[in-house]
Write a protein that binds this ligand. Structure first.
Ligand code: 15L
Length: 273
């Protein structure tokens, strides 16, 4: 949690979807500093509301529940949906139908800014010896990455047609610390995640912008030049963990697709029915 908060701007009512998920749980206590009321939602029970919170149970695939959820909201941090490679059915429900319901509800309720948790797996089939930028075409590494590419396109369409602004954050690996060699490039500290989400919420004009969610890592595959207007300045780096990571994993198998492609092990998950 950043102290002081990364921005003095306060939203009257901010919605955090997927508040029970991995990163949703991290953001829930952190986002409170940026709003008068934090509305948190998930499909499962989130427990009692903390001070300044409203708790909603809502399933992304339920259009009526999403309409109620977006009512009176100033901006959305959308962390909900499926966040790993899975069979197509839950991905279709959470990340395709769910995105349409979220943006339709935003349009009808007049919500004008969404921060969308996209993923580095939109471009997971670029190689680890390439440095890519946000203007290069997607190369999803599975159904999950494909669904996030759809989410980004949907956000672009809602900007072009309806003037709803989105920052799509292609989140790398947001964990307490990098666990392996790949994460030396993909790591995003939780404090930098907060900085990036807040920058995405508060940048004056974003249209639909795409940014990679990474800390200030020395090894990097991603160039955020086209996202400088968001004003995100990472302040952590995987480098302080480098020697420990390299000691744990001195060699990588350079024939292993997980070591060749940026998506790592995701590129090897078997196709699902
Ligand atoms: C993601 O998109 C996943 O949500 C997360 O679980 C990690 O696997 C991360 O990507 C990653 O690429 O490390």
């Amino acid at each position: 949690m950043l102290n002081p908060p990364a921005s003095p701007l306060k939203f009257p009512r901010l919605l955090l979807t997927g508040a029970g998920g991995n990163l949703g749980q991290k953001l829930r206590p952190r986002l409170k500093a940026y709003c008068d009321v934090l509305r948190v939602s998930d499909r499962l029970d989130l427990g009692a509301a903390a001070a300044g919170e409203e708790v909603h149970t809502a399933a992304l695939e339920d259009a009526d529940q999403m309409m109620a959820l977006l009512d009176g909201v100033s901006a959305v941090v959308h962390m909900g949906g499926v966040s790993t490679e899975q069979p197509w059915a839950p991905i279709l429900t959470g990340n395709i139908v769910g995105m349409v319901n979220l943006y339709e509800a935003a349009r009808l309720k007049g919500v004008k800014r969404i921060v969308f948790a996209s993923s580095n797996h939109v471009t997971g089939f670029y190689r680890q010896d390439e440095v890519i930028n946000t203007s290069m075409p997607p190369k999803p590494d599975g159904f999950y990455g494909l669904s996030k590419a759809f989410g980004e396109d949907l956000a672009q369409m809602y900007w072009d047609r309806w003037g709803i602004e989105t920052v799509s954050i292609r989140i790398g690996s947001s964990t307490p610390e990098p666990k392996d060699r790949r994460m030396l490039a993909t790591w995003l500290s939780h404090d930098d995640l907060e900085r990036l989400v807040v920058a995405a919420l508060t940048a004056p004009i974003v249209g639909h912008s795409i940014v990679y969610g990474m800390s200030d890592n020395q090894t990097t595959w991603w160039d955020n030049t086209h996202a400088k207007h968001i004003g995100y300045r990472p302040q952590d780096s995987s480098d302080v963990f480098r020697s420990a990571v390299e000691a744990r994993q001195p060699l990588v198998d350079t024939k292993d697709p997980a070591a060749i492609y940026q998506g790592g092990a995701f590129v090897k998950v078997a196709p699902h029915g």
